[in-house]
Design a binder for this molecule. Structure first.
Ligand code: MOS
Length: 755
């Protein structure tokens, strides 16, 4: 690693940052000692199962629980008739970001109204999970069915211009894109569609809820502990301090565990009603029925260019859907604000509201499907022009943000494409469609650009240095598998100059200082800022002790002259170990903290985003093999070259980016939630019918980083969680286009669309 962080006023010496360090939680996970939310034993533990509505909209006219109650081992059946009421979900407000924690606005079991097919309408509590699930199948509701709107394709022509998108401007105009398109000598005008996608984390959502008087303990896989705690406290009318959320391990989140969904609330409600500790582990179908996924979309991308490939017009419009009971607009056209230097741009997002479970955050919401459309269209324009698709992109690479003219804090797409083209063997690509073969397989190569904005959230972090030389970092961060504790330990070890083995990171507990959410690719950079700040304060306090000690080699020294290394503070002429300093001062530990105010932080972030554009980017290279008879598509090679700023841990970062690419391959080739247009029923709520890639579908995925720190962020980090999925589906579609000559505009690219 270089010493470039100095530009951002950060540590100048790194030992652990940048290295491929093993995960500190690896042994606990591989030996089965890591406990997930559904694995906490309680002596009086009872098990809950949900009963789901089977109509899209209407009222429950009667609910017969007699048979269910008669099953031996059933403790109670809660319905809207007998359940204690929770308080209603708070209204969404940007002054209180925790209000985003509300997955839906429905007050479960306090209403006879049904708002989507799958809404929980009863909870069975029993001595075993099997008993609870069996008894749940015996609950008999009767309904008065009301008309419902559930078919996205049928409704999307009626979409309204989007309002209130917190993540980006819903509309942007520069010049006259429509006139420029009409006048362009070369153009493409394409309409894309993408289906709904559902969350399929390896750990289905689960909650263990335990009340002790008015105090609630929740074991829950959470991506945002402070929001969840606040939301649950509001719903049960208890102070926030009465709710403890424990979330040491999360088996994948991807956005699906950043809100409070029905299972969490109903587990707590059931525990309150029965006086038992209650575990509610959702079935896979239960996740589909109660946890939102990604919106379906239709998108138009139209591009106009001159014969040399210079863009004159870029139009990107989208329709997505929310639900009448919640959901959020997704930033589908976000990347189109930033990627191409067109003088005329028109971007606009539209929404429809359906009687379905609301959509929610799902890895790069908006950008993942938006880059599919944009980057497919750019590729198609390259075909129209007879130009190499990388060359076309480079010719339109902007110096400043195309919409708004802001500076980029960092932009290395040219370098990413140059390195990727060389490593992937792009020169060997025969540009004619269907010209490359491997035996009987058609071979295709495609590229696409990855883009995800870089953000930060406040983090409260404490660091505690013991006289025994140990360093404890405490912050309520989230470990969903990405290496949270590992990378923060690396950063803290470097900042203090202590061995990695002497650092312990505590996270995943609402009793800790509140951490940033593991959302929006913000967690690592946000926590790093807190760790660096807290360590700086800690070193200052250590030095203050040493300066007071008459015999100390640090006597009279200033912090700027010192380097933290070898377990102490050093200057050219000498130094002193932390252990010595603390012992000499008779202190058994020293502690420091870093804290930031949420509102000020948000305000600064918003202002910063107006002033300059900060993003992680990348160049995705995909090779496919297509069977010429069956049109089966196999991804055979992949290279992603990413500019994510500094890479803290080459191993966990590569995993994170690979995971995003795998999810993008699933989006490209197989993933889709099928919804019955008559009654809003999800037809494929299982891994046997909703196809995510398995190992056999995924080739070796090579990941390279440019590893240049961003000059404006702590440690130069740009965020790594979501950029990997962006551009990935387009790279597949573009490779398929090269192999077969066929452009598929609607995902997933199943073989029927190629035959
Ligand atoms: Mo992310 S979609 O903010 O986990």
């Amino acid at each position: 690693m270089s010493t470039k962080y100095a530009e951002a006023g950060q540590a100048t010496r790194t030992t652990y940052v940048g290295q491929a360090i093993d995960r500190v939680d690896g042994p606990a996970k591989t030996t089965g000692q890591a406990r997930f939310a559904a694995e906490y034993p309680y002596p009086d533990l009872a098990h809950a199962a949900l009963v789901h509505a089977t109509i899209a909209r209407g009222r429950i006219t009667a609910i017969d629980t007699e048979q269910a109650l008669a099953v031996r081992g059933v403790i109670d059946v809660l319905t809207h008739v007998n359940a204690p009421a929770m308080k209603p979900a708070p209204k969404m407000s940007f002054l209180d970001l925790s209000s985003i924690a509300s997955g839906t606005s429905v007050n479960y079991l306090a209403t006879d109204e049904v708002h989507w097919n799958g809404q929980p309408i009863a909870v069975v509590v029993a001595e075993t999970p099997e008993t609870a699930r069996y008894a749940a199948s015996l609950v008999r509701p009767a309904y008065r069915v009301l008309p419902a709107t559930v078919d996205f394709a049928a409704e999307e022509p009626n979409a309204a211009p989007e309002k209130g998108n917190p993540l980006m401007a819903s509309r942007a105009d520069k010049g006259d894109a429509h006139a420029a398109l009409a006048a362009a000598p070369v153009s493409v005008d394409l309409t894309f569609s993408t289906p709904q996608h559902n969350h399929n984390a390896i750990e289905p959502h689960a909650t263990t809820a335990v009340w002790d008087g008015d105090r609630l303990t929740l074991h829950e896989g959470a991506q945002n502990i402070p929001w969840l705690r606040k939301h649950v406290a509001q719903r049960f009318g208890v102070p926030e301090t009465s709710v403890r959320v424990l979330s040491p391990f999360v088996g994948g989140g991807f956005g699906g565990k950043s809100r409070a969904w029905a299972g969490t609330l109903l587990a707590a409600l059931a525990a309150r009603a029965t006086g038992r500790a209650v575990r509610l582990a959702l079935t896979r179908a239960g996740v589909y029925h109660t946890v939102g996924g990604r919106t379906a979309s239709t998108q138009r991308v139209a591009l106009g260019a001159d014969a040399t490939g210079r863009l004159s017009a870029l139009i990107h419009t989208s329709v997505s859907r929310t639900a009448r009971i919640g959901g959020m607009p997704e930033p589908i056209t976000a990347a189109s604000h930033h990627l191409y230097a067109a003088p005329n741009i028109h971007l606009a997002q539209h929404n429809v509201q359906l009687d379905l479970l609301p959509n929610t955050f799902m890895r790069a919401p908006g950008e993942s499907i938006g880059t599919f459309a944009l980057e497919s269209a750019v590729d198609e324009l390259a075909w129209e022009l007879g130009m190499d698709p990388i060359e076309l992109r480079l010719r339109n690479e902007p110096d400043r943000n195309p919409v708004g003219g802001q500076r980029f804090t960092h932009r290395m797409l040219k370098e990413a494409y140059a390195l990727g083209a060389e490593r992937f063997g792009w020169r060997e690509r025969d540009p004619r469609p269907g010209a490359m073969r491997d035996g009987r397989w058609l071979v295709g190569m495609g590229v696409a650009t990855a883009f995800h904005p870089s953000m930060r959230m406040p983090a409260h972090v404490t660091v505690r240095l013991g006289a025994d030389g140990t360093l404890v970092v405490r912050s309520g961060m989230h470990e969903m598998g990405m290496g949270t504790a590992t990378v923060q330990a690396q950063i803290a070890a470097d900042e203090m100059g202590v061995p990695l083995a002497s650092v312990r990171v505590e996270y995943g507990d609402s009793d800790l200082p509140p951490g940033p959410g593991a959302i929006g690719s913000v967690q690592t950079a946000s926590a790093a800022a807190g760790v660096i700040d807290a360590c700086a304060k800690l070193k200052k306090s250590v030095l203050a002790l040493a300066r007071r000690a008459p015999g100390s080699p640090l006597h009279g020294r200033k912090l700027e002259e010192l380097e933290a290394r070898d377990g102490g503070l050093h200057h050219r002429g000498g130094g002193q170990g932390y252990t010595d300093i603390l012992n000499a001062a008779g202190r058994d530990h020293l502690e420091a903290e870093s804290k930031s105010n949420m509102l000020g932080f948000v305000a600064r972030t918003v202002l910063d985003r107006r002033r300059r554009v900060k993003a992680a980017t990348g160049a995705q290279f995909c090779e496919v093999r297509v069977d010429p008879d069956t049109m089966e598509v196999r991804v055979s090679r992949w290279l992603g070259v990413f500019d994510v700023g500094t890479v803290i841990n080459a191993r966990t970062a590569a995993s994170q980016l690979r995971g995003g690419i795998v999810m993008g391959i699933g989006m490209a080739l197989s993933e889709q939630t099928l919804i019955d247009g008559r009654d809003g029923r999800i037809m494929n709520p299982s891994l046997s019918e909703y196809h995510i890639p398995v190992h056999a579908d995924i080739p070796r995925i090579d990941v390279l980083y440019l590893n240049e720190p961003d000059p404006t962020t702590p440690l130069g980090l740009l965020g790594i969680g979501e950029v990997g999925i962006t551009g990935a589906a387009a790279a597949v579609a573009n490779a398929v286009r090269h192999a077969t000559g066929k452009r598929v505009l609607d995902l997933p690219i199943t073989l029927d669309k190629l035959l």
